[in-house]
Design a protein around this ligand. Sequence first.
Ligand SMILES: Nc1ncnc2c1ncn2[C@@H]1O[C@H](COP(=O)(O)OP(=O)(O)O)[C@@H](O)[C@H]1O
Ligand SMILES: [Mg+2]
Length: 233
Amino acid sequence: MLISATNLIAGYGGEPVLNGVNIELGSGRIGVIVGPNGAGKSTALKCLFGLIKIDAGKVILNGDNITRVAPDRRVGLGIAYVPQEHNIFPSLTVQENLEMGAFIRRDDFSDVIERTFELFPPLQQKRFDVAGQLSGGQRQMVAIGRALMIEPRLLLLDEPTVGLSPAFVQDIIDRIIAIAKSGIGVLVVEQNAKRALEIADTGFVLANGRNLYTDSGENLLNNPDVAKSFLGA
Ligand SMILES: Nc1ncnc2c1ncn2[C@@H]1O[C@H](COP(=O)(O)OP(=O)(O)O)[C@@H](O)[C@H]1O
Ligand SMILES: [Mg+2]
């Protein structure tokens, strides 16, 4: 298993927000976390990246216990995290944003930049444009592209399609499929639950800081209880 988080209890100092969350994902797989606002989806991602202290439970990356490892070291271990907001440098160009993503690298990463432009063709023409002037969908591409610069094993995406028009939502979803095909495990928190579960190898439905359902995306989509409560069906 690429990442395995077991019985996570964590929060922000008061009552725990996560009350026993379990997340498992293999390399090249897509995991999708859905659930109502405030369920703890973003908090779960932050735990996997090490941004908040884990009170109990553990996080295992490729067999290594990283529960107490700081975020900067997790980057070195191959975890990339794209937060929901403030995930680009708006005053820098697209190219400079990608270079910032590679700041921990000491090697030649020009081929990774070129591959990123192949993955996101719309960015190619905008290469020397200031990122803050791009459309919402293109800004998300920059954010994801920047995260890919470390050539991660695990990519954590917090609501990459929020606020995007349907065409751009599909565009981002297609990119997520392509990224996973390259062997990276992609764990994505999504409001577009139906669309996201359609591509999910595993779906995690969180509510009140717990897994309410954990199953294949297909099984969750076909589960009438999940559909009624979480898919607007
Ligand atoms: N920085 C924070 N400090 C204190 N409480 C927070 C913080 N971030 C989130 N919370 C609380 O944690 C709970 C879960 O939040 P979050 O993980 O962001 O939910 P979701 O992403 O599922 O909408 C909410 O009750 C929220 O108010
Ligand atoms: Mg959130």
